[in-house]
Design a protein around this ligand. Structure first.
Ligand code: AMP
Length: 304
């Protein structure tokens, strides 16, 4: 059975200290599906675009063999647009604008033949929509969920309902502190785990990621990149690689989740090397695996 992904598909306008792009391909499920496509298949994309969505982007999804049967195209409508500006410290980002457009009335309808998908990845969208997706699924085996500060601040009740139904929650460090209302990250993780997820991943930008399980913590290093051009989509590329690896391996024990975190970190490191999806469009399995091995070497040490 396939991996079902729901999330945003966007045209992003991004400014960094080095350059800027306008109306470039973006959106949470865009990065997720392209990243996951290097690991597993079939990947089913559930989302919405307007009739202004460039054909070349559709071709990119097709090149990565992503199933677009659940993609809604609103004739005469405009695609979701997001604008962001990065500071000199690339961990700091301001949202310049969010134009929901066709996303405003998006009703995620899961095609009948996909309702028994075993893996579900809820990309960063309104938790009310994430709940609608879960309500249509027939007993999925593994549910991974991403979210952001906007939903923690404005849709907490719905978000808490989602958290009661997911296996893994993936958020960044500031979101974890916000969700738990607690400055210490470990205490935050402990209280978030009580909200439902079996596992929690806290991303720390260029400082790696923490995986929390039942009384266990795994600390993943960050890849020491010299050139970071555009951090947009790093978190989504992470969650796409993480879930894509697990979907392929079908092993869901803590050791497998650790490997999945490193594959996720690998995909995030490629993502930030170019603007938009440029860093993850043309990878090879060999390139991905080589960097995975480099990650392994980064934190391996003899104990005597
Ligand atoms: P990330 O850098 O991993 O946080 O993801 C950035 C992507 O999230 C961009 O490509 C945006 O188009 C998308 N995005 C930003 N805000 C929202 C939102 N409110 N809902 C859905 N997607 C969003």
């Amino acid at each position: 059975m396939g991996l079902l992904v729901v999330g945003s598909i966007a045209l992003d306008s991004v400014v960094t200290p080095f350059d800027k792009v306008e109306n470039a391909l973006g959106g949470s499920s865009t990065y997720i599906t392209i990243s996951a496509s290097y690991f597993s298949a079939p990947i089913h994309l559930i989302g919405v675009i307007g009739s202004d969505f460039p054909e070349e982007h559709i071709k990119l999804f097709e090149k990565h063999e992503i199933d677009l049967g659940g993609l809604q195209i609103v004739q005469g409508g405009s695609t979701f647009r997001w604008g962001g500006k990065y500071h000199y410290d690339l961990n700091m980002r301001d949202t310049l604008f969010t134009q929901l457009n066709v996303f405003e009335n998006f009703n995620p309808v899961i095609p009948e033949n996909l309702r028994n998908s075993s893996f579900v990845l809820l990309g960063n969208i309104d938790p009310a929509l994430q709940l609608k997706v879960l309500d249509q699924m027939k007993n999925p085996k593994f549910v991974v969920c991403d979210t952001m500060n906007l939903w923690i601040e404005t849709k907490k009740t719905d978000l808490l309902k989602v958290l009661g139904r997911v296996d893994v929650l993936v958020i960044n460090d500031s979101e974890a502190r916000l969700l738990a209302n607690e400055p210490n990250l470990i205490k935050s993780a402990n209280s978030i785990m009580k909200l439902g997820p079996k596992y929690l991943i806290i991303k720390k930008g260029e400082h790696g990621a923490l995986l929390f399980g039942n009384d266990t913590i795994f600390s993943a290093p960050a890849y020491p990149l010299q050139d970071i051009f555009d951090p947009t989509g790093a978190g989504d590329s992470f969650v796409g690689g993480f879930t894509g690896y697990l979907h392929k391996s079908r092993e869901l024990d803590f050791e497998s989740l650790k490997r999945a975190v490193i594959y996720g970190s690998t995909m995030a490191s490629f993502c930030v090397e170019k603007f938009s999806t440029g860093g993850i469009e043309d990878l090879t399995w060999l390139k991905i695996h080589d960097r995975f091995i480099e990650f392994h070497e980064l934190s391996r040490f003899a104990d005597e």
